[in-house]
Design a protein around this ligand. Structure first.
Ligand SMILES: Nc1ncnc2c1ncn2[C@@H]1O[C@H](COP(=O)(O)OP(=O)(O)OP(=O)(O)O)[C@@H](O)[C@H]1O
Ligand SMILES: [Mg+2]
Length: 258
């Protein structure tokens, strides 16, 4: 049984199939790249898997359980965590507060606990914050000193690290990263891909799907690459197979102007 499996996953927006009959599966510990030209359906695919969009057709299974119709926070509680293509940090909150926002629906306490069991709640919050900070300092030890800085004062690559660390606070089984290198220069992009590789060293069973539109970036991390074009899966394989695949080459050349 796969960790995540999609069968015939499809979504239609006003007559256009943004995701079109996609079969996909990933096992614990695997790192996959999801690539394709602009507008090929990569983000939409993640949005369906994470419960933000409802599939028009098809199913999503997590460890064999049908999660197609779950709401985003329920999908998150099942163990799928994600980052977004454009930053979702709260600029006027500190680094540590931003990390804690990621733990909101994985908290083990309720409203009454915050009144009657303050010590327990404080202890739980500290544990969650510590886990996020551990992850963050694993990427960049200097960030620990900046934990009370406002997010808006943090360099772009470190903001991306905060977003990934925040997604890790809940100990997900599957991490979905939507263009974690967006807005980074070439050197930062390589650093970011190394950072993502480090997640696997720390949490061997975690599965990761990395969205990227630049194929070159994929050379450095994933075991397998899935290529979408116009919503449909057109290829699946290792980097060397993908870069020589005529349909992939045509899709990328066709998409160059966008
Ligand atoms: N909520 C929506 N309503 C209507 N159309 C949408 C919606 N979300 C996405 N689309 C359309 O679905 C298609 C796929 O978009 P998507 O954002 O998934 O592409 P992408 O592969 O992530 O592209 P990029 O590399 O630019 O991020 C596009 O044509 C887009 O306009
Ligand atoms: Mg996208």
């Amino acid at each position: 049984m796969s960790l995540l499996e999609t069968k015939g996953l499809s979504i239609n927006f006003g007559g256009i199939w943004a995701v079109d009959d996609v079969d996909f599966s990933i096992e614990p510990g695997q790192v996959f790249g999801l690539i394709g030209p602009n507008g090929s359906g990569k983000t939409t695919f993640l949005n369906i898997v994470s419960g933000i969009y409802k599939a028009t057709k098809g199913k999503v299974f997590l460890n064999g359980e049908d999660i197609t119709d779950l709401r985003p926070f329920e999908v998150f509680q099942k163990g799928i965590s994600r980052t977004y293509q454009s930053s979702r940090l709260c600029w006027d909150l500190s680094v540590v507060d931003n990390l804690l926002i990621g733990s909101y629906t994985s908290q083990s306490y309720g409203f009454l606990d915050t009144i009657f069991r303050r010590n327990y709640v404080n202890h739980e919050i500290e544990k969650l914050a510590q886990h996020g900070l551990d992850m963050l300092s694993y990427f960049n030890p200097h960030l620990l000193d900046k934990r009370y800085e406002l997010a808006k004062n943090i360099p772009h690559i470190d903001r991306r690290r905060i977003e990934i660390s925040r997604a890790m606070v809940s100990h997900p089984k599957l991490l979905l990263l939507d263009e974690p290198t967006a807005g980074l220069n070439d050197e930062e992009t390589m650093t970011m891909m190394r950072d993502i590789g480090k997640i696997k060293e720390k949490m061997q069973d975690i599965a990761i799907i990395i969205i990227e539109h630049d194929m070159k970036v994929m050379e450095h991390v994933p075991e397998k690459i899935i290529v979408l074009n116009a919503g449909a899966k057109i290829a699946e394989g290792v980097f060397d197979e993908i870069i020589h695949d005529p349909e992939v080459i045509a899709a990328y050349i066709g998409g160059q102007e966008s």
